[in-house]
Design a protein around this ligand. Sequence first.
Ligand SMILES: *Cc1c(COP(=O)(O)O)cnc(C)c1O
Length: 414
Amino acid sequence: MNSFVYRNGILYAEGVPLPQIAADHGTPCYVYSRTALLSRFAAFRQALTGRDALICYAVKANSNLAVLNQFARVGAGFDIVSGGELARVLAAGGDPAKIVFSGVGKTAEEMRQALAAGVFCFNIESAAELERLNGLAGECDKKAPIAIRVNPDVDPKTHPYISTGLRSNKFGVAYSEALDLYRRARELPHVDIAGIACHIGSQLLDPAPAAEAAGKILALADQLAAAGIPLRHLDFGGGIGIRYRDETPPAVADYLAPILAQLAGRKEKILFEPGRALVGNAGILLTRIEYLKHGEEKNFAIVDAAMNDLMRPALYEAWHDILPVQQRAATEVEYEVVGPVCESGDFLGHGRRLAVETGDLLAVLSAGAYGMVMSSNYNTRPRAAEIIVDGAQAFLVRRRESAEQLFALETVID
Ligand SMILES: *Cc1c(COP(=O)(O)O)cnc(C)c1O
């Protein structure tokens, strides 16, 4: 299902023409489809029907309160990686009893916050973190529910920056050390061993590495049970990829099937932590062409969105399809689609064939995940507005920042 389609030569978000959104809210702005968000969540739920399962949306992919609230309303859990994300989830109406807290560098303050909120589980990534959590839980006379994030040492065959399950990564505890760490956890009075977790990387298109990782996790769970350490849940992480260009990601059900097939006869609750797969294709970045510049070697379409708004192209040379909002009959010209930021790496797309005029709108697709959340104020550029479309209605869910807000926390000295 695609929520961004042309009608009479104009690109729409669900029932709303994108030029209408640009006129009402200005550009650049992110536009998300509520239908797309919810239908992706429904696909996960459907694939897990009849199982004791919790789908914990990975908040870091897109943490807008309205997005979180949509997921909270359909019963999602959340995977968070900071105290800030915890505060967002709670503000958005998320249930703390469905939150898993991941991340290698949880501070004492963040742990206290999560203990007070009563999160479902802390996903522990090191021995030192386990000891710290035990100490802090003791101070407030609690038992912290934990899972150890184990590194299954599986190559997910994705971009090195987003691969996390190899021995060489900073994430998780080595497979060979996990059993000892669980034994240590059992001795600690203020931790409650709840489960085991893994997450091998992002933008995964092949189900095989995830299935292999799941197999290793299950084998470890069995070893733990034999050692008198039974687990209540198994968390297989996120990472399911989406189509940006010509990838052919499996359907959610097909991706999960080889994992679920290994669970016959098991009683543990199962968790998944999808981020990109829920929101990536549910959003676009809407931008306007400020100038067309026809150079000797290259032509440039200089747009009002930049690497500070959508960092993925500059950061990992990621491809995002770029569509003209208004289709024109003119011949296409090859453009470098670039922003106004003073960096040569500031591009959204190289060599894109477009039939456009100055002032036209462009839609940068698949921008719902790791888009707005990675944006910055570089060049003192106010961050973009965010809009959610639902049928024929468009709702502003984050106002555009003002320049004054950007320096409101600063002072000059004598
Ligand atoms: C980033 C992350 C996710 C989500 O990854 P996606 O590729 O967006 O699905 C899930 N779990 C953990 C621990 C993460 O760090």
